[in-house]
Design a protein around this ligand. Structure first.
Ligand code: FES
Ligand code: FE
Length: 430
């Protein structure tokens, strides 16, 4: 990798491993992120199981834009800005539900499941108005929407590559969680929402590749859950891999993350399933399903294999992030296993979970320390793991040996800088 010299790129020195702190506090950089990262990238919206039948909807965000995700009468899933084209009011305030359409509280415009303007209070007055054309007054759709093995993604940018190209070879890794069983996956009902006083990238980077913190930050939490600490993170059989800024750090211990639930039923279920998973995914990926690992799908969709917490870090300003968390399970898993995952996520990665509380404090102060005008001029060190790149006979993408590594975080920030400097997708290398 070479040192970038452009406007934003010079803030990220992937060659020497230095990062300018302004990317975590500067309001102008944050405003540009909303344009060039969030209004441009494919963003995670929902699991298909959340919108299984026509009329099922959830509301969420793409960056700071509110969107409604809804399954239409024709069975396809659409996503629309959750803002009325009349005076801008939010048209759906519920987080999830089932609807025949959406009615705006302000002046009574109503919209179909396909976003079209269906009816209006005092409609005759509008119809008498010269030039009025209701076909131009529906809810604004996203530019592209697509699914990958049950997960729904969308982008606001019509020039974005297709979702398959956006992921590239990263689907090899995604299938570890999304395709280890023929029945596929689902989200358990319900979503946990919380506010974190930190920059969204601090959280995304942590999931992209910060195995280093696990054995230190989470050691006492692990002692509470496991009866022992995390200990030294393994170098042998552990890796960081990234493709197009999507990052997966992992080892091949099968059970490391799953063990932190302290529930042996999940461990024996995973051990029993290993041969079947190996047949489906090969022996390497079968060992990754419950292993000590963390993942970030660029830019802000993270999950933990084994603990099965799936989450989105929604940006709310340079110093605030809104977190949505769900629990992913295999659709065909027995009921008591699904319940063990639900309880396990609540005890580990929820606002009251032991590990989430560990992380939250660190992320808050890593962000807020930049309030100091001298502090914010200092650079941060991201040089861990230079020289660990390897060619692996099976693992695709940029692969680095050793889980304790900054390689994925450099790749995440390198991709971020590439998009921030590009005027359009045509300038972004894949
Ligand atoms: Fe929605 Fe007027 S703002 S109907
Ligand atoms: Fe953590």
């Amino acid at each position: 990798m070479t040192r970038a010299t452009s406007d934003i790129g010079h803030l990220i020195d992937t060659a020497e491993g230095w990062v300018d702190r302004s990317i975590y506090w500067d309001p102008d950089i944050y405003a540009l992120e909303l344009e060039r990262i969030f209004a441009r990238s494919w963003l995670f919206l929902a699991h298909e199981s959340q919108v299984a039948r026509p009329g099922d909807f959830v509301t969420t965000w793409m960056g700071q834009d509110r969107v409604i995700v809804v399954r239409g009468r024709d069975g396809t899933v659409g996503a629309y800005l959750n803002s009325c084209p009349h005076r801008g009011n939010v048209v759906c305030h519920a987080e999830a539900g089932k609807a025949r359409g959406f009615v705006c509280n302000y002046h009574g415009w109503s919209f179909g499941l396909d976003g079209r303007l269906a009816g209006m209070h005092e409609g005759e007055a509008f119809e008498r108005t010269p030039g009025f054309d209701r076909r131009k007054l529906g809810l604004t759709p996203v530019a592209k929407i697509d699914t990958y093995k049950g997960l729904v993604f969308a982008t606001f940018d019509p020039d974005a590559p297709c979702l398959a190209d956006y992921f590239g070879d990263f689907t090899y890794y995604l299938d570890v969680m999304l395709d280890n069983d023929e029945g596929g996956t689902e989200f358990l009902p319900g979503c946990i929402r919380s506010i974190l006083p930190c920059n969204w990238k601090v959280a995304a980077e942590n999931f992209a590749g910060d195995a280093l913190h696990a054995g230190w930050t989470h050691d006492s939490g692990a002692q509470a859950m496991l009866g022992r600490g995390v200990g030294k993170v393994s170098y042998e059989n552990s890796y960081q891999a990234n493709v197009n800024g999507h990052c997966w750090e992992f080892n091949l211990d099968l059970l490391g993350n799953a063990a932190t639930f302290g529930d042996r039923s999940v461990l024996s279920w995973l051990r029993t399933r290993e041969p079947e998973m190996a047949q489906r995914l090969g022996p390497t990926r079968a060992r990754m399903v419950g292993s000590m690992a963390s993942v970030n799908v660029f830019p802000n969709f993270s999950f933990l294999p084994g603990q099965n917490t799936f989450r989105v870090w929604h940006p709310r300003g340079p110093q605030e992030t809104e977190l949505q968390t769900w629990v992913l399970v295999n659709r065909n898993a027995p009921g008591h296993i699904k319940d063990a995952y639900r309880k396990g996520v609540m005890m580990t990665f929820s606002p009251s979970g032991v590990f989430e509380m560990d992380d939250g404090d660190n992320w808050q102060y890593a962000t807020r320390a930049n309030d100091g005008v001298v502090t914010r001029r200092q650079r941060l060190y991201y040089g861990l793991g230079f020289g660990t790149e390897i060619d692996h006979p099976e693992l695709p993408g940029n692969v680095h040996k050793g889980q304790v590594n900054d390689a994925n975080q450099r790749a995440f920030l390198g991709r971020w800088a590439q998009l921030m400097d590009a005027r359009s997708w045509s300038e972004v290398a894949s």
